[in-house]
Design a protein around this ligand. Structure first.
Ligand SMILES: [Zn+2]
Length: 780
């Protein structure tokens, strides 16, 4: 025994045991007997076991060896007793690998070093403290998550806060998972309650928490949680960029690899037929969204399709248009089981900047220039609009893709274009689904596009960068991300002090900038280092990347300008010129900030009107909590269904004429270069398309609106297929009610089902409150 490396009173004749931490303890036979009895072994058997044990232990034996010998003896005498003893004396862990293993503090120690970077010594200390706590708890079966929770508490007690956030586990309370499975979530009206969305929301939750504990610095995460700012798409922040305007002609030239590489799927050569071209377009929108957080859009959709229709009858052309629209509304397979959030920008004529460009036709061959295809453009656009006007087999509207109609001066003069524009207004009149992109104002570039989510890309950037083709800044690129400032809160904090408003705004903009810089670096890493966005990095035949990373917009958005000026000046935007002018100052200030960042960083920074489907409600709720009655929220304070006015819109219930609303909101559009929109809510009944079209001309010529829509509330009857304006209690044709009726309206950037006569749909409480308050205009 001379070789034993421990301290004990020498030569006292007792047996000493060496514990796992090298401490030494006297072997006590009585203690063993007691512990055997405690585990359920009867007294006689216990004494018998300990008798045997005493012969087989030697001085200096380790606890581990002693336990092995003891278990062997019990097992020989009574396997049942051995099992009971094991269960009551060892801590077993249900590991995340699905195995049952004896507890070993070393596992904690090692994982702490690996995951948090704290010293081995400090990790051992934490691990042993945790073991002591667990033994005190007398838990027989431990789970890995439980141990992790106790370790994180221990880390906090030791003041190791940073290590704690690295070591913590991300996930959901059991109760929330049950609720999610049984009730669903109302975060996004486009996501319905189904098995796929349950998985999506569960996964989203983890990535959202990951963002807050790991990706964003604490001061930004806190500002988001407090509601000073809103970090959008938290679930996708760490992995995906936001949205993308596609260039269909690029795929018509290069062929299609839906996985980006052609390794996992069939690869298609450039299409030969119009039908295949249209199906490729649908596949592009569907497969690219697997790499993206937001909407997918095809700019110049009808122009790039036009060369494929050469020599086809109108009937054949309509068949192609129909196939495309149904594809986009029936591929119920996007992120978590929804249809793809999609968008097409169409032209009524060939714009100057595309007119002399080589037209890509069947098999990727150049067939003259795009200006040669005005007739095909007309036929296809006419057919496409008819498909939308027809609705689906039940008479319901096709909700996707959003159709953005670029409306130029000639649209009101040229007979053919006027015919098309009239159809656009028939569609407005029936379903209220399209959008007018007003190309008339002087500030509008010849090359510009928009999405229903309102991300806007303009050729200005190409001019500024010296690109020969303005399309290089409007296609194959998009928005990398946008974050939103809670404007009303700034006024509440500034307490009437003008200077203070801009001071606080500056500090919020700093946060937004920092978050967008983090996003920029992350996306770059995901694209080129982790290579997990292969759709975007696929290469064309000249070796170029499809995705134009260098032209992505980095965007700041805002909510509640109206409530900011109201809190600051005492009047809402539409109530006094001073209030309005001050609001404009705030928005111009933010635009100047974005412009100056573009100059400083060389990246593209823009200002957008945040769609705020859930942010308008979230900010209002948080401000009501923090500022009580001072928070000037709309909606119902008692139920919590409160909201702020979106972006720089006039309040939805403002008692102003449609034209005044358009004028006042329109002045903000050129300032908000990253995205803007005005919704004009129409009242019940069916507006006359011709009247609506002349209103459009008046609005295009006399206001500064860049993008607007007429939003209709609709009731559709599942029984007889009637579509009627307004949210009705019964079908005006067959009197059906309850579950036979479906309600629709535009939520923010897209039309969506509100619910049916007997159950709610996907709209959140704040948006339902806004829907109730909307002032609706009658045109006729
Ligand atoms: Zn009916």
């Amino acid at each position: 025994m001379a070789s034993l490396n421990y301290n004990r009173p020498a030569g006292d004749g007792n047996l000493y045991i060496v514990k796992s931490d090298n401490r030494v303890e006297l072997f006590d036979a009585n203690k063993v007997v007691v512990s055997l009895i405690k585990s359920g072994v009867d007294y006689r058997l216990a004494c018998d076991i300990v008798d045997d044990l005493q012969y087989r232990v030697h001085d200096g034996i380790t606890t581990k060896a002693l336990r092995t010998i003891l278990l062997n003896i019990i097992d020989q005498k009574s396997p049942d007793a051995a099992l009971r003893y094991k269960q009551s004396h060892e801590m077993y862990v249900r590991t995340s690998r699905g195995t049952l293993e004896p507890f070993d503090y070393k596992m904690i120690e090692n994982s702490l070093v690996k995951e948090t970077g704290i010293t081995q010594e400090s990790a051992m200390h934490v691990a042993k403290e945790v073991e002591a706590k667990l033994r005190k708890l007398k838990v027989n079966y431990l789970s890995a998550p439980l141990i992790r929770e106790i370790v994180t508490v221990q880390l906090l007690e030791e003041g190791l806060e940073e290590a704690r956030s690295k070591y913590t586990r991300l996930g959901m309370p059991v109760h929330d998972v049950t609720h999610l499975i049984e009730q669903g979530s109302k975060e996004n009206a486009n996501l319905h309650h189904n098995p796929e969305t349950i998985h999506k929301f569960a996964g989203d939750q983890i990535l959202r928490e990951y963002l807050l504990v790991q990706v964003l610095p604490k001061h930004i995460a806190d500002a988001h949680m407090r509601g000073d700012i809103h970090i959008h798409d938290a679930d996708y922040f760490a992995v995906r960029p936001n949205c993308l305007q596609h260039d269909l002609s690029w795929f018509f030239e290069n062929g299609l690899r839906v996985d980006g590489t052609g390794k996992h799927t069939s690869v298609a050569a450039p299409p030969k037929h119009a039908m295949v071209a249209a199906l490729h377009a649908a596949k592009i929108l569907a497969s690219s969204q697997t790499n993206m957080a937001g909407g997918q859009s095809l700019d110049n959709f009808n122009i790039f399709m036009a060369p494929f229709f050469t020599g086809m009858s109108r009937e054949e052309v309509k068949q192609v248009a129909q196939a495309f629209v149904y594809e986009m509304n029936m591929q119920y397979v996007a992120r978590g089981g929804q249809v793809v959030f999609s968008n097409v920008d169409i032209e009524l004529t060939i714009p100057k900047y595309l007119a002399d460009k080589p037209a890509i036709g069947p098999k990727g061959k150049v067939m003259g220039t795009y200006k040669d295809y005005q007739d095909e453009l007309y036929t296809f656009t006419d057919a496409l609009l008819d498909v939308f006007i027809d609705g689906d087999a039940l008479g319901k509207p096709h909700l996707f893709p959003n159709v953005i109609v670029k409306t130029r001066d000639s649209a009101f003069k040229d007979p053919q274009q006027k015919e098309l524009l009239f159809k656009v207004h028939q569609l407005f009149s029936k379903y209220g689904t399209p959008y007018i992109l007003n190309m008339l104002p002087d500030w509008q570039h010849d090359a510009v596009n928009s999405m229903g989510c309102r991300t806007r890309l303009s050729g200005d950037w190409a001019d500024k960068q010296g690109y020969e083709n303005p399309g290089m800044s409007t296609m194959r690129t998009g928005n990398i991300h946008y974050n939103t400032v809670n404007l009303p809160r700034i006024a509440l904090e500034a307490n009437g002090n003008d200077g203070k408003i801009f001071e606080i705004l500056d500090s919020r903009l700093d946060l937004i900038r920092e978050a967008l810089e983090i996003k920029h670096d992350l996306v770059k890493k995901r694209l080129y280092e982790n290579q997990i966005l292969p759709f975007l990095t696929q290469k064309g035949r000249h070796g170029e990347d499809y995705y134009r990373f260098e032209d992505l917009t980095h965007t700041v958005g805002f909510v509640g300008l109206n409530e900011l000026v109201q809190a600051h000046t005492g009047s809402m935007l539409h109530e006094s010129q001073d209030a309005y002018d001050f609001g404009m100052d705030v928005i111009r200030y933010m635009r100047d900030w974005a412009d100056s960042l573009s100059d400083i960083t060389g990246w593209r920074w823009t200002l957008t009107q945040t769609p705020a489907e859930s942010t308008a409600g979230r900010f209002a709720r948080l401000d009501m909590k923090a500022f009580g009655a001072r928070a000037l929220v709309h909606g119902d304070r008692n139920t919590g269904g409160v909201y702020y006015t979106n972006s720089s819109h006039m309040p939805v219930d403002a008692d102003i004429s449609l034209f005044d609303r358009a004028k006042m909101e329109g002045k903000f559009h050129p300032v908000c270069n990253g995205g803007h929109i005005t919704h004009l809510f129409l009242g019940e009944g069916t507006p006359d398309p011709a009247g609506l079209m002349s209103l459009t001309e008046k609005l295009c010529r006399n206001t500064s609106m860049g993008l607007f829509d007429y939003t209709r509330d609709l009731t559709t009857c599942r029984k007889c297929g009637t579509v009627a304006g307004g949210l009705l209690n019964s079908c005006p044709n067959c009197n059906a009610n309850g579950k036979d009726l479906e309600y629709y309206s535009r939520i923010t950037g897209y039309c969506q089902r509100i619910g049916s006569g007997d159950s709610a749909g996907g709209w959140n409480d704040a948006k339902i409150a806004e829907l109730r308050d909307r002032k609706r205009y009658c045109i006729n």
